[in-house]
Design a protein around this ligand. Sequence first.
Ligand code: TXD
Length: 307
Amino acid sequence: MRQKVSVIGAGNVGATTAQRLAELDMFDLALVDVVEGLAAGKALDLAESGPVIGYDTRLTGGTDYAITKGSSIVVITSGLARKPGMSRDDLVTANARIVSEVTAEVVKHSPDAVLIMVTNPLDAMTELALRVSGLDRFRVIGMAGILDTARFRSFLATELSVSVRSVEAYVLGGHGDSMVPLRGITNVAGVPIGKLIEAERLESIVQRTRDGGAEIVKLLKTGSAYYAPAAAAVQMVEAIASDRRQVFPSAVRLQGEYGLSGVVMGVPVKLGAGGVIEVIELALTTAEREELGRSAEAVREVTALLQ
Ligand code: TXD
């Protein structure tokens, strides 16, 4: 029997995630959205793509969480996306209501699921889902670090005219303006990035990474990025479902790691069966450690709005 994966929210990120998952031909999929007909229609459309692409993924869509019963992984994308001029944090009140309601329904039908959170503000919504679900901190994981790191890697690859595959980097911290690209360990085929790009230029690439989401919101005008976010969420699903034990930056609640506690933010984690297997502690420079501390403060401020 195939593992069941559910995607909540059949909007841009949710539907694109479902499409990529369907094409993997590994899972049974359920797609839920509050808008009548939206998830059912997209699930049917995706099922009808199977004969052309060549997959047998069984897809169900609807508004009733009964279709998600027995999921081993649930990706939560439901909520409002940013409009031009809005910060991710502006979404907190509206999305908190949606994420609480959705998380409660999800765990009622799949008490043993691993939850991958996507809704913004990401770190606060992951904290909220932890509280509502009562699940272990290693089973409720936020997707942002893979995306932020992918943006950084893609800008560096373009700058140096080298394959994205040869650029190694990590972006840690909160998913917001305070995110922390680790300049110290970023390298191209082992050569430190500081030896390849002069400091001022590197800082402008770091800043473009921080503004990567806003750059796309400004271009699209009616919504935010979804191809790269969906690709990142699917990479997490695959690593967990196949117990790959691959290390990715992801948001988890810290309990002493990196000297921080009681705050959800992006750190490198080993993803495998059951979610996070361990948090990896990288050796950071003093400046990076300070930046991470400041990022934790920024996340705490937004998370405090939840009460
Ligand atoms: O890095 C990241 N984590 C992110 C986060 C990258 C990209 C997008 N990010 C956030 O994900 C974004 O700021 C939003 O908060 C979510 C979803 O973004 P998306 O672009 O998919 O938004 P859409 O297209 O508006 O889709 C949201 C769907 C839409 O179909 C709504 O009808 C549905 O969510 N929705 C609900 N579904 C179920 N239940 C409830 N209550 C509900 N409310 C809205």
